[in-house]
Design a protein around this ligand. Structure first.
Ligand code: GLV
Length: 331
């Protein structure tokens, strides 16, 4: 890679605040003269250790479990870049970084397929009651095939409503089309005509999406504007036979309202990869059979996590060489 060994700072200190795949660490270590310090534990780094390692850091590589706020930045007076190993960057106060001249980057693109695969898996798990079936067998309860046992909902001819038609939404729509689903989406702007035509997708307003979708999938970023986008009234506007799938960010859904809706049959079911107060899960969800719960696995494949680490490290390489990074984000 050209310019890799040519940082503007002679011996840049790079602090990696969480355990990341070797592909990313190797790339950071290949920067000429670099001093790479990495927290090598899966547990979240203690603040004192983090601050000690940020004191002379020129670059920080962060995970979505890090809060990059004024306290973080105050501990890192030399910092030039925060490279988040995630597409979402709601863990970072981008405005605070911008005020201090710190560039923020994320890792879009490389996790699209993995996350769309997981979202499609959750669609299937919830509509075909796969978690419930698994729990039944594991519980040791006696069972016997019968005509009416655990009937689910077929996908063919059903409508998938995608909230947030970026790369992941589009990849999910491609998968859902192969299952014979119709696609509607809600987005700030239209997607390319070519994409709309290929997916036979129709842009609708949020209310229409809620009212007409058999499955509502959340694929939008989390921000103040999307906080509790799915609240009690949004849930009430959905079909009573509909399912909600969230692979985006937990606080887009008002989890207490979701529990009420699932208990009272306001919607048929839900599947969640992300949680409002992650890693805590609302206790009301734990006992419900009509919800699938998985622990934030959207991008969790060996290949994708290596690609994410490499993408974040490449952003560091660019910034330390005085170039524009591949994936800058703004507040
Ligand atoms: C995962 O949730 C990500 O934002 O990359």
């Amino acid at each position: 890679m050209s310019g890799l060994n040519n940082p503007k700072i002679p011996q840049p200190k790079i602090t990696v605040t969480g355990r990341i795949p070797d592909a990313g660490l190797d790339l950071l270590r290949s920067i000429d003269g670099s001093d790479v310090w990495a927290w090598m534990d899966d547990a979240v780094i203690p603040t004192e250790v983090r601050n000690e390692q940020l004191a002379d850091a020129d670059a920080a590589v962060t995970l979505l479990t890090d809060r990059v706020d004024d306290d973080f930045l105050a501990a890192a007076p030399k910092l030039q870049i925060v490279a988040n190993v995630a597409v979402g960057y709601n863990n970072i106060d981008v405005d605070a970084c911008t005020r201090r001249g710190v560039i923020v980057t994320n890792t879009p693109g490389v996790l699209i397929d993995a996350t769309a695969d997981l979202a499609m898996g959750l669609v299937l798990m919830s509509t075909r009651r796969l978690g419930e079936g698994e729990r039944l067998i594991r519980s040791g309860t006696a069972w016997q095939w019968s005509m009416f046992m655990m009937l689910g909902t077929g996908l063919q001819g059903r409508t998938l409503g995608i909230v947030g038609m970026g790369g992941i939404g589009e990849a999910l729509a491609t998968r859902a089309r192969a299952f014979g689903m119709r696609i509607v989406y809600h987005n700030r702007r239209n997607v390319d005509t070519e994409v709309e035509q290929r997916l036979d997708a129709q842009r609708v307003d949020f209310d229409e999406l809620l009212a007409t979708s058999d499955i509502v999938s959340l694929n939008c970023p989390y921000s103040e504007a999307t906080h509790h986008l799915i609240d009690a009234s949004a849930l009430a506007a959905m079909k009573s036979t509909a399912f909600l799938v969230n692979t985006a960010r937990g606080p887009i859904v008002d989890e207490a309202a979701l529990v009420e809706a699932l208990v009272n049959g306001v919607i048929a079911g839900a599947a969640l990869d992300v949680f409002e107060n992650e890693p805590t899960v609302h206790p009301g969800l734990l006992s419900l059979d009509n919800v699938v719960l998985v622990p934030h696995l959207g991008s969790a494949t060996v290949e994708t996590r290596a690609a994410m680490a490499t993408a974040a490290a490449s952003n560091v390489v660019e910034v330390l060489a005085g170039r524009t990074p591949h994936n800058p984000v703004s507040g």
